[in-house]
Design a binder for this molecule. Sequence first.
Ligand SMILES: NC(=O)c1ccc[n+]([C@@H]2O[C@H](COP(=O)([O-])OP(=O)(O)OC[C@H]3O[C@@H](n4cnc5c(N)ncnc54)[C@H](OP(=O)(O)O)[C@@H]3O)[C@@H](O)[C@H]2O)c1
Length: 273
Amino acid sequence: MEESTKSRRRTALVTGASAGIGEAFAAHLAAQGFDLVLTSRRLDVLQSLAERLQSEHQIDCRVIPADLTDPESPRRIFYELARDEIEIDVLVNNAGLGLQETLLTHDWREIAAFMEIMAVAWLHLSKLALPGMLDRGYGRIANVASLAAFAPEPPGSLYSGIKAQMVTTSRGLRRECLGTGVHVTAVCPGYTHTEFHSRLGIPELPNKMPRWMWQNADAVVSEAWRACERNRPVVVTGKVNKVFRLLLALMPDGLAEKCMPKSISRIRNRGRD
Ligand SMILES: NC(=O)c1ccc[n+]([C@@H]2O[C@H](COP(=O)([O-])OP(=O)(O)OC[C@H]3O[C@@H](n4cnc5c(N)ncnc54)[C@H](OP(=O)(O)O)[C@@H]3O)[C@@H](O)[C@H]2O)c1
């Protein structure tokens, strides 16, 4: 850790900490000695995770339940932190989900809520965390995007485009922060064993695809955190995903589109019981 804040333990805010990659990030950072602020909607799950991490790692762990589809949530989280004089040194923008329907078939309110959590909340949280990080000359922001950011969008889907925006914006933010002690890294996992696919209504997907295409969340997080410490702009986690990333970069757009599923419903049908 750098000099300026050695006197106090550093604090990490992890969004989407109740499951999957966010939970693994929380555990990884707790093991490194960071105090934690965990947020997601499920208070009971967060509380039991907080109790476990506090007793295993002798850290302070606070829970702030919040729904990031609500545009007021980022401000409310930072209001609570300021009230209790908690400064955020590490921000993991991880909360996210897939969308079951397309732009044409989905209700607009659901799409707007999806855009809020996937495209807006992480920017708002970064905007709120950055002034303190810059003042103290230390900060780490890990933005959990996806390998999908580099792949063509399945017809009518919004996921790849949103993750591409996250990667591109994250890169620009990193450059704005160069030389300040604040690192910004876009984390791009491929298929990862979490609750993500069950929530998407395709719990069987991991069983129907080759095992070598899947990573576990701990492996994603340890590679992601190493990359963030080195201030890498982007990390595609896992060897297999790096190969896919390279192939996608080399392939003509038309060929890449042909290799992708022809519709969201085809992905859904592949992953159902
Ligand atoms: N799993 C994969 O294959 C994969 C691949 C590439 C990228 N990713 C990305 O990785 C990130 C984490 O996903 P995961 O795979 O770990 O999925 P997950 O196991 O389903 O976890 C998602 C987390 O986001 C939280 N969340 C969902 N909706 C929320 C809302 N409205 N407000 C606040 N929190 C909300 C959930 O908590 P609550 O339900 O308690 O709110 C949960 O903690 C996502 O951004 C995803 O796009 C996943």
